[in-house]
Design a binder for this molecule. Structure first.
Ligand code: GDP
Length: 695
């Protein structure tokens, strides 16, 4: 029969994980009693350890669902708080402390909470039992306690003592049974005394005759009877103070004490038929719980079947019977993502890298041209050079050296381009582009709704790109090193450069013109801008003297308008330069690479092209192919095998839709499991009944 209770308690635990439904539970023994009736002492005597919160003012504020698990072979005794993830707590003082903390966590104004604390105790000294310890009834509310405390405790108890639970009503022998709050409460819900066990504590405090009469009470007759106990641990039971810290086993000490007491009074002899002592109480509890559980197996099974039918229906209608687990969801999502990543790798190769790099270097070339050639009044673009330029005095002194100056100018511009740090620049441009693509892939994937996975993927790509970039940048720099010293151009390269730079200059021209147009719109019309530009030109030509720095406005123009005017002048000059240079590049002179000093645009473009060709080849081989190989593997490591079950669950449940789907599947599976267990239990029970009948 032992097996049966154990199994039923297991099923009870399973049912608790299914959900809150009240019909979905097997009965338990509910322990009630007024404060100081000795309720804690009885529970501790059953468990064999002091583990319940004690002390003045320590009102239990939450029910404790106490599951006792008989473990014949285990040498150690320990407790578990499954909801807290605390397992194998062997120190009962620690259990006591945890319970105290959980109690204190209930806000004072709430008085009590009906959210039970789950505690399992494994021990070879406990029977298989499921008990619920409720806050003790209080008679008088303390000064520092909320006035409604008394009522709230009574309500909480009322909720738990409903059928089919068994009520363990604790009353102290030294209080008149008519005054026992526990018996009065039980009588209300169990008027015929069919599911109440009476426990009379502190039997040692009344004389034996009176004690015996309490146990045989007829006025409050209970079908399951009364048991008398003496649960106080005698102070010097073992001469050890261990007990007070809750760590020694008190079973023997209590048994010894009870034997001594009940043995010395003939009123409690076995002839008396009175039930006394904790061991007898334990036996009775086991028997009654088993009977009660067995009796409700049928109704609980039916309730489970109903719930299962509901869950199955929902599964069918809402989810089309699509099976789902957190693992399968993760695996599917990961596959989907990897698939889209493969799609990306097909579209992002050497040509795309080349385009990116060329565009970047085009910008660098434009900057260089502006700095070194264009950002001057444009007559400077042809010799003689202005006074301020150190080269110009050279030119003055030696008109023959004119050619040399333009040679130096071009060589230094070309060196500025090759020594720009192309290795690092090109690598980071491509790495950033890859990262941006990955971010986009994530945003368009299922992972978009999963912050945890998003982070894992971003970390995977950034870490690989970072690791690769470091060496690649240096190696690429070495590859382009020869160009830092010497640049030889083929005719075809020159021609390509001329063609490309023409397009670049045209585009730049369009950008300038568009910017000028925008400026006119912002400043309030073409005329206004023209006027302020004319003023600025006059200042520049020395025709007008600007007083101060023009910050507060000048010439009748406000400061912001002047700033816009300056910008417009700059854009006009830049547009003029660009038009002029476009003409030059298109001219016959620039068709021949011999005239490169007159055509720096073409030359620098051709150099940028050479750099690009080296870089795209290298980056395609080193950065792209290595990233394409490593990234899916890194994803597997971070989101596949690398995750624990709880991480996988957490991941899947981040998406509310998936969470609901998973819940239905889980509920259905759990209910099916429980139902199967119940069926086998009922068969077991039937077999046992048959064999008992045969005996
Ligand atoms: P609770 O408030 O109902 O949980 O009561 P406790 O178990 O804390 O007991 C209240 C007081 O009664 C404590 O001081 C116990 O030591 C004492 N007590 C409990 N059981 C017995 C008993 O069987 N005999 C005697 N003499 N005292 C007891």
């Amino acid at each position: 029969m032992m097996m049966l209770t154990k199994k039923m308690i297991e099923i009870r635990g399973l049912l608790q994980t299914v959900g809150q439904s009240e019909s979905l539970t097997l009965p338990s023994i509910v322990v009630i009693g007024s404060q100081s009736s000795g309720k804690s002492s009885v529970l501790e005597a059953i468990v064999g350890h002091e583990f319940l919160p004690k002390g003045h003012n320590m009102v239990t504020r939450r029910p404790i669902e106490l599951t006792l698990v008989h473990t014949p072979d285990a040498s150690a005794e320990y407790g578990e708080f499954p909801a807290l993830g605390l397992s194998k707590v062997t120190d009962f003082g620690q259990i006591q402390k945890t319970l105290t903390d959980l109690n204190l966590a209930v806000p004072v104004q709430d008085c009590v909470s009906d959210d039970p604390i789950q505690l399992r105790i494994h021990s070879p000294n406990v029977p298989d039992l499921s008990l619920i310890d409720l806050p003790g009834y209080i008679q008088v509310v303390g000064r520092d306690q909320p006035p409604e405390l008394k009522e709230k405790i009574a309500q909480l108890c009322e909720k738990y003592i409903k059928p089919p639970n068994v009520i363990l009503a604790i009353s102290a022998a030294d209080v008149d049974l008519a005054n026992s709050t526990a018996l009065r409460a039980s009588r209300k819900v169990d008027p015929r005394g069919e599911r109440t066990i009476g426990v009379i504590t502190k039997m040692d405090l009344v004389d034996a005759e009176r004690g015996a009469s309490l146990l045989g009470d007829k006025k409050y007759a209970l079908r399951l009877g009364y048991v008398g106990v003496v649960c106080r641990v005698p102070p010097n039971a073992s001469g050890s103070k261990l007990f007070s810290r809750g760590n020694g086993n008190i079973t023997n000490a209590i048994a010894k004490n009870e034997n001594a007491y009940f043995g010395s009074h003939p009123e409690f002899s076995s002839d008396s038929q009175l039930a006394v002592g904790t061991p007898n109480l334990k036996k009775k509890l086991m028997y009654v719980l088993e009977q009660t559980m067995a009796a409700s197996l049928k109704t609980t099974s039916e309730a489970i079947q109903r719930e299962l039918a509901e869950a199955t229906y929902e599964y069918k209608v809402q989810y089309n019977e699509r099976p789902l687990s957190a693992e399968s969801y993760l695996a599917e999502s990961l596959d989907g993502f990897k698939h889209s990543f493969r799609g990306f790798t097909d579209t992002f190769g050497r040509p795309q890298v080349r385009e990116l790099l060329k565009h970047e270097l085009d910008q660098q070339v434009l900057n260089l041209l502006a700095q070194r050639y264009w950002n001057r009044p444009f007559e400077d673009l042809s010799p003689p050079l202005p006074e301020t330029d150190p080269l110009s005095s050279l030119a003055r002194a030696d008109p023959e050296g004119e050619h040399e100056i333009w040679q130096i100018k071009l060589d230094s511009s070309s060196a500025a381009l090759t020594k720009l740090g192309v290795g690092r620049l090109a690598t980071s441009v491509v790495a950033n582009a890859i990262q941006a693509h990955i971010d986009r892939l994530v945003a368009n994937s299922r992972f978009a709704a999963h912050p945890f996975a998003r982070q894992a993927i971003t970390e995977a790509s950034t870490s690989i790109l970072k690791d690769l970039s470091y060496d690649i940048a240096d190696e690429l720099e070495i590859c382009i090193k020869p160009y830092k010293y010497r640049i030889e151009l083929e005719d075809s390269e020159w021609a390509r450069g001329r063609e490309n730079v023409t397009a670049v200059l045209k585009e730049e021209l369009q950008v300038c013109e568009a910017a000028a147009k925008r400026l006119e719109d912002q400043a309030g019309g073409r005329k206004k801008v023209r006027d302020v530009m004319a003023f600025i030109d006059r200042v520049r030509n020395g025709q007008v003297v600007l007083e101060g720095d023009g910050i507060g406005g000048a010439g009748g123009f406000s400061a912001p308008l002047l700033a816009k005017g300056r910008e417009a002048v700059f854009l006009r000059d830049r547009t003029d330069v660009l038009k002029m240079r476009l003409l030059a590049v298109k001219s016959k002179q620039c068709a021949n690479k011999k005239n490169k000093y007159h055509c720096p645009e073409v030359f620098l473009d051709a150099v940028a092209d050479k750099l690009t060709t080296t870089a795209d080849l290298f980056l395609d081989a080193e950065l792209l192919s290595k990233f394409y190989y490593n990234f899916p593997r890194e994803l597997d490591a971070r989101l596949g095998r690398g995750l624990s079950q709880s991480e996988i669950d957490r991941f899947a449940r981040e998406d509310p839709k998936i969470r609901r789907h998973l819940d239905v599947v889980r509920r259905k599976d759990l209910l099916e499991t429980v139902l199967k267990e119940m069926e086998s239990l009922r068969q077991l029970e039937a077999r046992e009944k048959r064999s008992i009948r045969r005996e």
